[in-house]
Design a protein around this ligand. Structure first.
Ligand code: SF4
Ligand code: SF4
Ligand code: SF4
Length: 315
């Protein structure tokens, strides 16, 4: 990743100095250990701020929506895939964006790491040689990195962005992971058990909408949950209202979700939202042989209308 970090900085410097872009969106070191934050760079002298590591978890395609400037963006596989979806949906102007593709080795799941801290404050963290070293007041811990990788990254098959303009670093070969292994348990349940499972999981939801706000594909100016004329459903945390929010959002991202995992990572209540999204992704794959964000040309199954469609489902 450090080789990639240098290459990202070189690419950013070149793009800014040749005035090919007005702004670079990338990641910079955060103020807490294991954290990075999105950053916006418009001067060559600020380029050294850019970092690239296992903590660069923000999906930066979110910051390209509706922008008028020419922007360079640092993109891992899932970021590039959501850029492709949003470009196809005319939310991003492809000609205004230079994608600096970056190889990804998977993100560290901070929630998993936190379980090892047992409430102690983390003051320092380094990731080297496949190990995570953590230090705080009176403790030191060394954890194997492989056990603390985000679930979406464990089964990701597109760690090298499928779409980019400049590539930084060395490409990661596509792996033959069973990308739907995480929904096997869900599928083994009866429909009654599944309903109970989702009821129990979603009952914890506090309707903070962090999952929506972080999702690169939730870009509607007025989300259906905020609409007041008409009000489509209640704004309480009663299970029936919460369920509707999650079911409608699942329909909205069906065939578009790129499994970046940002929604699950953002949830303060640790709800495994990915399970529902991954199941819809699997349905899309099985019924339409479609995976979102791999191409700028292929029309998504829910994005096309054919006059001669048999429409057998309404017969
Ligand atoms: S889903 Fe893939 S591309 Fe995205 S962060 Fe995880 S490993 Fe990287
Ligand atoms: S629904 Fe979740 S996993 Fe899918 S694109 Fe949005 S944030 Fe990423
Ligand atoms: S982030 Fe979690 S708690 Fe907040 S609305 Fe989404 S599921 Fe509910």
């Amino acid at each position: 990743m450090h080789n990639a970090e240098e290459s990202i900085r070189e690419a950013a410097k070149k793009l800014l100095s040749e005035k090919k872009v007005d702004l670079i969106v990338g990641h910079e070191q955060g103020t807490l250990p294991l954290r990075t934050t999105p950053c916006f760079i418009d001067k060559v002298e600020d380029v050294p701020k850019l970092v690239w590591n296992e903590n660069c978890d923000a999906n930066l395609s979110k910051y390209l929506i509706g922008r008028k400037e020419r922007m360079g963006v640092v993109a891992k596989g899932c970021d590039a895939r959501s850029i492709a979806v949003c470009t196809f949906e005319k939310q991003i102007v492809r000609d205004n964006v230079v994608i600096i593709g970056a190889p990804c080795s998977g993100l560290i799941d901070k929630k998993k790491v936190r379980t090892k801290l047992e409430g102690k404050e983390l003051l320092e963290a380094t990731i080297e040689d496949e190990q995570i070293q953590l230090k705080g007041e009176g403790f030191e811990l060394v954890l194997p990195k492989k056990d603390f990788v985000c679930s979406s990254c464990l089964t990701c098959r597109h760690k090298t962005p499928p779409i980019y303009d400049v590539f930084a670093g060395t490409k990661v070969p596509e792996v033959e992971a069973d990308e739907f292994s995480d929904v096997a348990d869900l599928e083994a349940k009866s429909s009654k058990e599944r309903w109970t499972h989702f009821k129990e999981a979603l009952d914890k939801c506090i309707r903070c909408y962090a999952c929506r706000d972080v999702c690169p594909l939730c870009y509607c100016k007025t989300c259906f949950v905020d609409q007041t004329m008409p009000i489509w459903f209640g704004k309480t945390t009663d299970l029936s209202d919460t369920m509707i929010y999650h079911l409608v959002r699942a329909f909205h991202v069906a065939g578009r979700c790129v499994d970046c995992g940002a929604c699950s990572r953002a949830c303060p209540m640790n709800i495994n939202l990915r399970e529902l999204m991954k199941k819809t992704e699997k349905i899309m794959k099985e019924r339409y042989n479609y995976t979102a964000g791999l191409s700028l040309e292929k029309v998504p199954p829910l994005g096309e209308f054919k006059m001669d469609d048999s429409q057998e489902f309404i017969k």
